[in-house]
Design a protein around this ligand. Structure first.
Ligand code: FES
Ligand code: FES
Length: 164
C-alpha cells in the first residue's frame, strides 16, 4: 500500500491505495469523480485526460502514488463554479459532442492546448495536437471548431482583463 496526498479540484485528499492503483481509478473509484472516463486499455483514446500540475495527462498512464504531492484538476473542477468554463461553453455552442463519452478528455486536452498557445491556434495545429484523443462518434469537425472558438474567446477574455 502507498499513502497518497494530493489536491484534487481544490480539495486536499489523503488516502492509502494499493501500489498498482492507476490515477484514473483513484479518481473514479475512490473519489467518485466519474467524469474522467476509461475508453481503452492501451493508452490511446484520451478519454481519461486530466490536468496534473497544470498539464494534460492521460490518467491511465500514471499511478496514483506517482501523483502524490501534485495538484490535479478533473472535468468536474475545470469551471470556477460560476458557469461553464469557456471551453465547455464553446463545445456546447458549436455542437462539439455527440454521445459525450470522449468529451471530458477532449475538453481537458483542449484547455491545456489553448493555454500552451497564447498566440492563438489554427486548424492544422488543433488537429495535430488532438492526435492523442479519439472520438468514436467521429465528430472531429465540430470538436476542432469548438476549440478554435474557445481559443478566440479566451484570448478576448484576457484582453478585456488586461484593459480593465
Ligand atoms: S483510458 Fe486513458 S488513454 Fe484510453
Ligand atoms: S462524442 Fe461520442 S465518442 Fe466523441
Amino acid at each position: 500500500m502507498s499513502d497518497v496526498s494530493l489536491t484534487v479540484n481544490g480539495r486536499q485528499v489523503n488516502a492509502a491505495v494499493e501500489d498498482r492503483t492507476l490515477l484514473v481509478h483513484f479518481l473514479r473509484e475512490h473519489l467518485g469523480l466519474t467524469g474522467t472516463h476509461v475508453g481503452c486499455d492501451t493508452s490511446q483514446c484520451g478519454a481519461c485526460v486530466v490536468h496534473v500540475d497544470g498539464k494534460a495527462v492521460k490518467s491511465c498512464t500514471m499511478l496514483a502514488a506517482q501523483a502524490s504531492g501534485s495538484t490535479v484538476v478533473t472535468i468536474e473542477g475545470l469551471s470556477d463554479g460560476t458557469g461553464l468554463h469557456p471551453v465547455q461553453a464553446a463545445f456546447k455552442e458549436n455542437h462539439g459532442l455527440q454521445c459525450g463519452f470522449c468529451t471530458p478528455g477532449m475538453i481537458m486536452a483542449a484547455t491545456d492546448m489553448i493555454n500552451r498557445h497564447p498566440e492563438g491556434l489554427d486548424e492544422a495545429t488543433v488537429r495535430a495536437e488532438l492526435e492523442g484523443n479519439i472520438c468514436r462518434c467521429t465528430g472531429y469537425h465540430n470538436i476542432v471548431k469548438s476549440i478554435l472558438a474557445a481559443s478566440q474567446a479566451m484570448a478576448k477574455g484576457k484582453g478585456r482583463a488586461k484593459a480593465a
